[in-house]
Design a protein around this ligand. Structure first.
Ligand SMILES: [Fe+2]
Ligand SMILES: [Fe+2]
Length: 293
């Protein structure tokens, strides 16, 4: 049993993470892992293997010779990309297992994908980018991809209250985060942390996700990563990929935002944002295609 939002949930009724994803997370720090070994882990799930092959053969990565085995797919896509693609597919499959009342799953998924994509992109503008390891990059991507999963838990466990919380935010013109505290006396990030623990996800993934609205509460050694998700979340909403449209968001914390250099000598912040927005749009339309194969 796991206690989510004060409700004891039978573990059997919760979706589990695919074994291959757990294995992929486990080995994410191993730089010596061969392409063959990565392919072996991914092949634990045959449905996902087929999708990866189809992505590797798609116009974006396609060569003249069709790819029929995973080893070649890993080589063609690149080790890091293949891991990212696999993780994305795993999470999208987990999401499909939930039945929701107030959340439009397509919007939720676009928001999550955009935050994960932008989290990786905006590292280039971050003052402390050199302090981030490859293992942390994997943690960052997964954590960003699942940062708002707690909304889904609350919508499943208390759909009527969920509706009330959204209306409360609008009626009092307060941020969703504040409205959530007032109606639920908890937050989506608190509740998701419990689910992540049940899923046995590594502590850094839980810690980074748990504090994405309040990065200063993150353990100092992981605060960098929470800061990145915090700003990626802000940009995602700014670019129009909100889970709930036209609701007041909390402003981005300026002390964190100022650690990013979104302008340089040759480019204005506006140009950089336009470029990031276009890249996000491209990424989302590609993901939509790739995930529907
Ligand atoms: Fe959030
Ligand atoms: Fe978010």
């Amino acid at each position: 049993m796991v206690d989510l939002y004060g409700v004891k949930i039978d573990l059997q009724t919760l979706p589990v993470l695919p074994a291959a994803l757990n294995k992929l997370i486990e080995v994410s720090s191993d730089k010596d892992l061969s392409n063959k070994e990565i392919a072996k882990i991914i092949s634990l799930d045959s449905g996902i293997t087929a999708k990866i092959l189809s992505i590797a053969n798609s116009a974006l990565f396609g060569g003249v010779v069709p790819i029929i085995d995973l080893n070649t797919a890993v080589t063609r896509l690149g080790r890091n990309d293949v891991k990212t693609v696999a993780m994305t597919i795993y999470i999208s499959q987990v999401l499909k297992k939930f039945t929701l009342s107030n959340i439009v799953i397509d919007k939720f998924w676009k928001h999550s994908l955009s935050v994960a994509f932008l989290a990786r992109k905006i590292i280039n503008f971050y003052d402390y980018k050199n302090e981030i390891s490859e293992e942390e990059l994997n943690y960052l991507y997964l954590s960003a991809l699942m940062h708002d999963l707690g909304y889904i838990i609350l919508d499943i466990l208390a759909p009527t209250k969920f509706k009330e919380f959204i209306i409360h935010s609008k009626n009092y013109n307060i941020s969703l985060f504040q409205a959530e505290q007032e109606i639920f006396q908890t937050s989506h990030s608190e509740e998701a942390a419990k689910l992540f623990r049940y899923w046995n996800l590594p502590d850094p993934i839980i810690e980074i996700m748990k504090h994405h609205h309040r990065p200063t509460l993150t353990k100092p050694q992981l605060r960098n990563l929470s800061n990145i998700i915090h700003v990626a979340d802000h940009l995602t909403n700014l670019f129009g990929y909100e889970i709930f449209e036209d609701f007041p968001h909390e402003p981005v914390q300026s002390s964190i935002y100022n650690q990013f250099n979104f302008l340089d000598n040759s480019n204005s912040e506006e140009n950089i944002f336009d470029d990031l927005k276009n890249q996000t749009e491209l990424f989302l339309s590609f993901s939509e295609l790739a995930l529907s194969v």
